[in-house]
Structure formats: structure tokens, C-alpha cells
Design a protein around this ligand. Structure first.
Ligand SMILES: *Cc1c(COP(=O)(O)O)cnc(C)c1O
Length: 434
């Protein structure tokens, strides 16, 4: 009698395994790749987990409970925007029926908002600064304060952008103090051909103590164009779209309207920081200078598409209509009263208390984020609980992104839309079960 031989199990076909993964929601060709990898790894069982892991490498909407309102890793300003699948007058003039400028529609609204003659839109603020320097200063000199020759966020470094533009950086003053006279001497120095002065808002860092900087108003007396890279795009220091006075945390933040009123010939800023719009860079100011930027060959390389222009137009219209506090999600988050956040925190704690007895509503501090107003916080409310649940909260659908410290998990509700509180509850309950 021969011993019974164990029939070796044959691996399933790649195609059959791929089809068994359809519920992951991924398209068939991707599932085929995943199935093949799982079979090659000799781990057929892992195929569904691999598909889920792949799904989570795609762009995924999340609930931002970090309290960092403009979280660069989470796409900065959250934005709701709907666009019909219809042709759009991106470069078409309805009055004449001929080709128009892609910069006109949104440019005129942004100019009106900033109190500028003209404005244009590019892909981001780094591109705005690069284009301004290339169009106005290539082959010429640009004095910049040593205190403003900074690196901002992921690799925007003033000296490097300057070099790419073909303009020559002239260092002025010292790291902590730069006076008007320092600029004047730099401009008048033999062999210097100053095309403009560039003032850069240091954004995400701060020098304190024995410091002195030169204001836009002072720079405007130098007799060369003043370009102010204000960065985060606060439109108006008075925040007329908010019900009350401007929030204290904005006190040090330069604003487009006031910079232009003070004599800046151009300002540049991001669309997705304090403006609360889509990723974009805005150049606003003197018409002749904006037109030189539009005519430069780089303008084509950094121009925005119709999707971004339409979203930015909606954002600009919301400001002009004084609807920004409701219709620009960033400002809705800013304006949420602490008492409302506290009520929401209490409700969430009540809804998860049975599975998270340590959960408690807690006062906390939110950050504007995206390098705006460094070191400055706004009062907020959220909840705190024992244990580090970050991984479990991220594993939820949709994922919830929180913070942890000293084996405590913190969820700040200022950066969470009120409709997402039920997601937070679901994720916390799931985290307790996992
Ligand atoms: C954020 C920032 C930039 C870069 O803007 P992006 O829109 O991220 O390209 C440049 N300058 C300043 C002062 C900034 O704050």
C-alpha cells in the first residue's frame, strides 16, 4: 500500500486572484499586478491586504483632527468646489467672440480684492516669485535683506530661486537688523544695477529680540520697484469678511491690500494658505509690471488650468460677497467659536465614553499652519484620551488624522468640519475595538 500523497495546492491563476479582489475598488490592471506580486511572494493570502494597502496610497479624503488648519501634508486649505463637465471661457472673450486672456476673469477679481491695478495667477507662490524675478530682474541685481534670505517649507530658498531666475542677489544688512540706509547704500554701490528690491516675509520662522526690519512704506521711497513676497495671502488685515475684529494671531501677518496701499509695486502670495483657495500663486500690483510677467516665456510654463482658475474665482467671489466666513472652509474653521467646539467635544465624549472611559473634552491650541503666523496659536477645544490610537484612527474609512503626546491621543475639533464629528465617533469606536 502506498502512502497517500499530499496533492500540492496549485496557486490560483493571476487572473482569478485579481478578480477575487474586485471589492477593493481598484481597476483590474492594478489588481493583476497585485495578484502577480502576491503569487510571486508565495503569499496568496496577502492579496487582499496588498490591494487595500495600495488603495491607501491613492489620494484619499481624510478628517484632519490635528488642529493644524492649513496642514501642508493634507493639502493645505480644504476646499469644496464643483465644476460642470462643460466648456468654459478659460481663454475666450464672450463680448467679441475671439480669443481672450486666461488671466482676465480671476485677475480682475483678485485685483479688486487687493486694491491693485492688475493681478495674475500661476501654479503656486514659488512660481510667482520666480516669474516676477525672471521677468523684471534677469541679468540685474536684486537687494534682499539678510534677515529675509530664508528657506520656507519644502525647499523654497530665496537665494536658489533668485539664481534660477537669472537675477543677482545682493545681500543687504544683517540677519537681525536691516535699515533703509542699508538698502540705499546697496542700490547706490558702484556696479550695482538694482532692478527692484525684494521683501520676503520669513513666514515660518521668527527672529526675536534686537531686530529691525524695513517696512514696505520705507522701501517705497527708494525709487526702485518694491516687490513684497507676503507668502500666506491674507487679503486684508482688517478681515472685513469676519463678524468681529481681526483675530489677534494675525497681527504680524502682512496683508496684500495694506502692502499695496503702503507702496508695494507687486505682491506675491499663495492661493492655498490664508486665502483658503486652491493651490495657486498670485501676483498683484502695477499693471505694467503684471503685464511684463504675463509676457515672459516662463508664464506659459507656470500657468494654471481651468479647474484651478474656476476654484479661485469662487474663492474670490466669496470674499467680495462677504461670504468668506461661511463659504471659504478655512475661515469657517477660524471663526468657529470655542464654545461650539466645546459642545461638539462634549457630544463626542458622550458618544464614545463607554468604550473610551479616559476620553475627556479638553481646551487645546490650534495652529494656522502652512508657515503662517509662526509660534502663534488660537484657542480651541477637542478631546484627549489615554493611549496612542493614531494608527487605528488612520485605519478607519475615512481615515482620521490626530496627534499624540506622551501616550495620549489628541483630536482638535477646530480643523474638523462639524459634519465629520460622526466620522470621529466611528473612528474612535473602531479604534477601541481594534
Ligand atoms: C509659502 C511661501 C512661499 C511658497 O509658496 P507656495 O505656494 O508653497 O509655492 C513663498 N514665499 C513665502 C513668503 C511663503 O510664505
Amino acid at each position: 500500500m502506498s502512502a497517500p500523497t499530499q496533492e500540492p495546492q496549485r496557486p490560483p491563476s493571476v487572473d482569478a486572484l485579481a478578480r477575487s479582489l474586485t471589492r477593493s475598488g481598484l481597476p483590474h490592471p492594478i489588481l493583476v499586478d497585485i495578484a502577480r506580486e502576491a503569487i510571486e511572494a508565495g503569499d496568496v493570502e496577502s492579496a487582499l491586504a496588498r490591494a487595500r494597502a495600495y488603495r491607501r496610497t491613492l489620494l484619499t479624503p481624510v478628517v484632519n483632527a490635528t488642529g493644524v488648519l492649513l496642514h501642508t501634508n493634507l493639502g493645505r486649505a480644504p476646499l469644496r468646489h464643483h465644476q460642470e463637465a462643460a466648456a468654459q471661457t478659460v481663454e475666450f472673450d464672450l463680448a467679441s467672440g475671439t480669443r481672450g486672456s486666461r488671466q482676465r476673469a480671476v485677475g480682475q477679481l483678485l485685483a479688486r480684492l487687493c486694491g491693485a491695478e492688475s493681478a495674475m495667477v500661476v501654479n503656486n507662490n514659488a512660481a510667482a516669485v520666480l516669474l516676477v524675478l525672471a521677468a523684471l530682474s534677469a541679468g540685474r541685481d536684486v537687494p534682499v535683506s539678510r534677515g529675509e534670505s530664508v528657506e520656507i517649507g519644502g525647499s523654497f530658498r530665496v537665494p536658489e530661486v533668485m539664481e534660477q531666475s537669472g537675477a543677482r542677489l545682493v545681500d543687504v544688512g544683517t540677519t537681525n537688523r536691516t535699515r533703509l540706509d542699508d538698502y540705499r547704500r546697496a542700490i547706490d554701490a558702484p556696479g550695482v544695477d538694482a532692478a527692484m528690491v525684494l521683501k520676503v516675509h520669513p513666514s515660518n520662522y521668527r527672529v526675536e529680540g534686537f531686530v529691525e526690519e524695513t517696512t514696505v512704506r520705507e522701501l517705497a521711497t527708494l525709487g526702485v520697484p518694491v516687490v513684497a513676497d507676503i507668502g500666506s495671502g491674507l487679503i486684508d488685515a482688517n478681515c472685513p469678511w469676519l463678524p468681529g475684529a481681526p483675530p489677534a494671531w494675525l497681527a504680524e501677518e502682512p496683508a496684500a491690500r495694506q502692502s499695496i496701499a503702503d507702496g508695494a509695486d507687486l505682491v506675491t502670495f499663495s492661493g492655498d494658505k490664508l486665502l483658503g483657495g486652491p493651490q495657486a500663486g498670485i501676483i498683484a500690483g502695477r499693471r505694467d509690471l503684471v503685464e511684463r510677467c504675463m509676457r515672459h516665456p516662463l508664464a506659459r510654463a507656470v500657468r494654471p488650468g481651468g479647474l484651478v482658475l474656476a476654484a479661485l474665482q469662487e474663492t474670490a467671489l466669496a470674499y467680495l460677497d462677504k461670504r468668506a466666513v461661511t463659504d471659504v472652509p478655512f475661515w469657517a474653521m477660524v471663526a468657529a467659536p470655542v464654545a461650539d467646539l466645546r459642545r461638539r467635544a462634549d457630544a463626542i465624549v458622550a458618544a464614545v465614553g463607554d468604550v473610551h472611559p479616559s476620553a475627556a473634552a479638553t481646551a487645546m491650541d490650534s495652529l494656522p499652519g502652512a508657515g503662517s503666523a509662526p509660534g502663534i496659536t488660537m484657542a480651541s477645544y477637542g478631546l484627549e484620551l489615554d493611549g496612542d490610537h493614531l494608527g487605528a484612527l488612520r485605519a478607519y474609512e475615512p481615515p482620521v488624522i490626530a496627534r499624540s503626546r506622551d501616550d495620549r491621543t489628541m483630536l482638535d475639533l477646530r480643523s474638523v468640519a462639524p459634519d465629520d464629528d460622526r466620522v470621529v465617533i466611528g473612528a474612535l469606536r473602531a479604534a477601541a475595538a481594534s
